[in-house]
Design a protein around this ligand. Structure first.
Ligand code: AHR
Length: 612
């Protein structure tokens, strides 16, 4: 095989922003992850609406008379619940895992809102006892915030915080933050995780999702009743003082505190030297919910919210939202240049009717902002074709494509963008990954990225997804960066992303090859197949090879799901065909009737015998 490079010809320019990251609060990427707050459920707002197993006291253990109260005595209309401790009672929080990971000699900032004349004692300890001198705080009168600092005398991985009172007291927003956050920001980010992102040198940060943007109710939080509880991600919920940010049920099955909100996302993008790229909901739900909201007033409100978002990011401090940005600590603008409307919309016509209204309003006030549309959830099929046609007809600037595929697919589709219309919309490849975190997956992505780069005149932005996964709360894999309370590590895919992001060229040097990555070398090793399944909702799952042949199927009869049918242990690829070699072995997928969505991986061994 040979590769011919022509250094005398000049190809497309490659933008510095070409490779970036996509942050979504999935796999506990925010609370319990990047957001450095150590206290879980600090405002006692957890509810069964977030997760069936939650109560307002999740992550807390109480002693004595301690109850969560939702009444007019609350701290704020957007923060419903508070903890009422009777004299002598206490409550202990142990974070997201088995306890806080704390370092000897480092400062940890404790704060609490309290109402009532009392003495509150805050104790930082672990299984072996106190880690620092308990702090005694005199509280007086109405709601006020009190602070103290702890410096642990020992390292621990089982730290916990206890608050106790001498008289009846109301408490809320019980918080413990490491002083040593990324760039030392208040209400900041966990340093090792933020540094891993910064090390990539990303060109952009897309946030805040993903499915959590365009699912749930499009209505706003109702201060009178505390509802809507399952809201789409609405940026105004996430700015201002943290104790006034109404928490929400996250699409991924837990509560999101919004402590990491739009201000913090913008600040993070700036801190890592990346372009901020927010995504707003378009009043059509995707991600399986597939519902268009027909409420003109609500649509108008969301369009105005989007204009206000641009003002929050870029507006002078004399404007309402620019002023809020300044009050939060950033008088200078955040330089928003790109904004996406909608995420993975399955109803292309309904989405487009609304997208066009967003676009008209934004263009009228901010003609310099690039507005990104999307092509739905798939990389093929009717929805995708319809969405692309609508995007082209409407002369959209840029279209967000998403796909998660096998290593084989990535190797076989290196030329995908060679044939894209040069006159049509540009592409933002907003989410992609080869299905696994093995070297073979990372290599197939690297090979594929050469195809993105070769087409840098069409593919303007690209981000692997998802970015983070906390090992004890995984809703989706593969993921780029993994972590637990103690440490974090990049996957092989992370290393590939780093290689490309840190070495963005100026221009493509035209080259040609006598073969594509899929035909160059024999493939050996495991081929990862993956499906989302819930035995409650899935019938007839089928896994099909790239050649269209059924590899495995299942009718999911009964409660426990199983891979059966033609499914058997070992598959090989001969002359590009999947061949079943061991009829005796069985691949079994048992979901045991679990009604929640889980991601199941199936690894099929494929050995390519002949080298076509
Ligand atoms: O990246 C995980 C999910 O994949 C995103 O939330 C969604 O946009 C896509 O389906």
């Amino acid at each position: 095989y040979s590769v011919t490079v022509d250094p005398n010809r000049s190809g497309a320019a490659i933008d510095d922003t070409m490779y970036g990251v996509f942050f979504e609060d999935i796999n506990r990427a925010a609370d319990g992850g990047l957001y450095a707050e150590l206290v879980q459920n600090r405002s006692f707002e957890y509810s069964t609406a977030d997760n069936n197993g939650y109560t307002p006291l999740t992550a807390w253990k109480t002693n004595g008379t301690a109850k969560v109260v939702d009444d007019d005595g609350r701290l704020h209309a957007r923060n419903r619940n508070y903890l009422s401790l009777a004299a002598g009672a206490s409550a202990t929080n142990s974070g997201y895992g088995t306890g806080y990971t704390l370092k000897k000699g480092e400062a940890y900032d404790f704060s609490v809102w309290a109402r009532g004349d009392s003495e509150v004692t805050a104790t930082l300890g672990d299984a072996d006892g106190a880690l620092a001198t308990p702090r005694k705080i005199r509280t007086r009168g109405g709601w006020a915030q009190y602070r103290a600092t702890f410096t642990p005398s020992q390292d621990t991985t089982t730290g916990r915080l206890t608050v106790a009172t001498t008289k009846d007291t109301a408490l809320d927003m019980v918080s413990l933050f490491p002083r040593d956050t990324y760039k030392g920001r208040k209400n900041g980010l966990r340093k090792d995780l933020a540094e891993k992102v910064a090390d990539l040198k990303p060109g952009f940060v897309r946030f805040p999702g993903g499915c959590l943007v365009n699912t749930g109710s499009m209505k706003g939080y109702d201060e009178a009743s505390g509802y809507e509880r399952k809201r789409s991600y609405q940026w105004k919920d996430t700015v201002g003082p943290v104790e006034q940010r109404a928490t929400n049920a996250n699409f991924w099955g837990y509560n999101q505190s919004y402590g990491l909100g739009y201000y913090e996302y913008f600040q993070f993008a700036e801190d890592v030297g990346a372009m901020p790229l927010p995504v707003v909901p378009a009043l059509v739900t995707g991600c399986g919910q597939n519902k268009a909201t027909d409420d003109d007033a609500l649509l108008k409100r969301h369009i105005q919210d989007t204009l206000d978002l641009i003002e929050f990011a870029n507006g002078p401090t004399s404007t309402k939202w620019g002023k809020l940005r300044a009050e939060m600590g950033h008088p200078k603008p955040f330089h928003l240049t790109h904004l996406e409307v909608g995420n993975e919309e399955n109803l292309p016509n309904e989405f487009f009717a609304r997208f066009k209204q967003f676009r008209a309003a934004i263009e009228a006030e901010h003609p310099d902002v690039t507005i990104i549309s999307n092509s739905g959830p798939d990389d093929s099929g009717t929805t995708f074709d319809t969405a692309w046609k609508l995007n082209k007809d409407a002369k959209v600037d840029m279209v967000d494509e998403h796909y998660y595929n096998s290593t084989r697919w990535f190797l076989q589709n290196n030329e995908r963008y060679d044939s894209y219309d040069r006159q049509g919309p540009k592409v933002f490849l907003g989410e992609y990954a080869s299905l696994g975190n093995q070297w073979s997956n990372a290599m197939s992505e690297a090979a594929y990225m050469t195809g993105l780069e070769r087409n840098a005149d069409v593919v303007k932005l690209a981000s692997y997804a998802p970015l983070f996964a906390r090992t004890d709360t995984v809703q989706w894999k593969p993921d780029m960066i993994w972590f637990n309370d103690q440490k974090s590590w990049g996957s092989a895919d992370y290393e590939v992303q780093k290689l490309f992001m840190r070495n963005v060229g100026d221009r493509v040097v035209p080259s040609s090859a006598t073969a594509t990555p899929s035909t160059l070398e024999p493939i050996t090793g495991a081929v990862g197949l993956s499906t989302w399944a819930t035995s409650a909702a899935y019938d007839d799952v089928k896994v099909t090879g790239a050649d269209g042949k059924t590899l495995l199927s299942d009718d999911f009869s009964g409660d426990a799901a199983q891979w059966t049918g033609t499914g058997s242990g070992s598959w090989s690829v001969q002359d590009g065909q999947y061949v079943q070699s061991d009829a005796a072995a069985e691949n079994t997928l048992v979901t045991a009737g679990d009604p929640s969505w889980q991601n199941y991986d199936l690894h099929v061994k494929a050995t390519k015998k002949s080298g076509k």
